[in-house]
Design a protein around this ligand. Structure first.
Ligand SMILES: [Fe+2]
Ligand SMILES: [Fe+2]
Length: 168
């Protein structure tokens, strides 16, 4: 009965555990900042000019996400994390973009859980802040999938089977 087990876990979720999970999210935001700072500058070739400038915008948005999360973690009475998750690098532009896409997909999966967890704890304002971050992460995911000429990965309830067309 996986649903029952999940419900039990949700019930037991404490503010302390939520702060720990938000710190994992923060470490993923640091990873995204570093990844986008580097990838936006090293991606070369005419076909990547568009996405490189988009990645610069992503880098700044990820910094805003990190600030929002730090504020929420502090509000929960915990110290915000200072260590990033590992950043993968590659000399192959496609591979770099794929790493970004995988990370965004993982991030989105986590924020969807986090919204439900915040609501389960009655932290509705926090849930709203994470929803706003989620909207931007989904845009990042779409930018990357488009640059790779792929469909947006389908995670439960996401933009399923969305056909990507050139945005410009
Ligand atoms: Fe982010
Ligand atoms: Fe992102």
């Amino acid at each position: 009965m996986p649903e029952l087990k999940f419900a039990a876990v949700e019930k037991e979720l404490s503010r302390e555990r939520l702060a720990e999970l938000l710190n994992e999210d923060l470490a993923r935001e640091y990873q995204a900042i570093i990844g986008y700072v580097v990838y936006s500058q090293v991606l070369s070739g005419a076909q990547y000019m568009d996405i490189a400038s988009q990645l610069e915008i992503h880098a700044k948005q990820e910094l805003d996400h990190a600030l929002t999360l730090s504020r929420q973690i502090d509000y929960l009475g915990k110290m915000p994390a200072v260590v990033s998750k590992t950043v993968r690098t590659s000399k192959d532009p496609k591979e770099m973009l794929r790493f970004d896409l995988e990370n965004e997909t993982e991030t989105i999966r986590n924020y969807r859980d986090r919204v439900r967890q915040c609501e389960a704890l009655g932290e509705f304002a926090m849930a709203e802040q994470i929803r706003q971050i989620l909207v931007q992460e989904q845009d990042h995911q779409i930018d990357l999938a488009t640059a790779l000429g792929e469909e947006v990965p389908d995670i439960n309830g996401g933009p399923q089977g969305r056909v990507l067309s050139k945005r410009r």
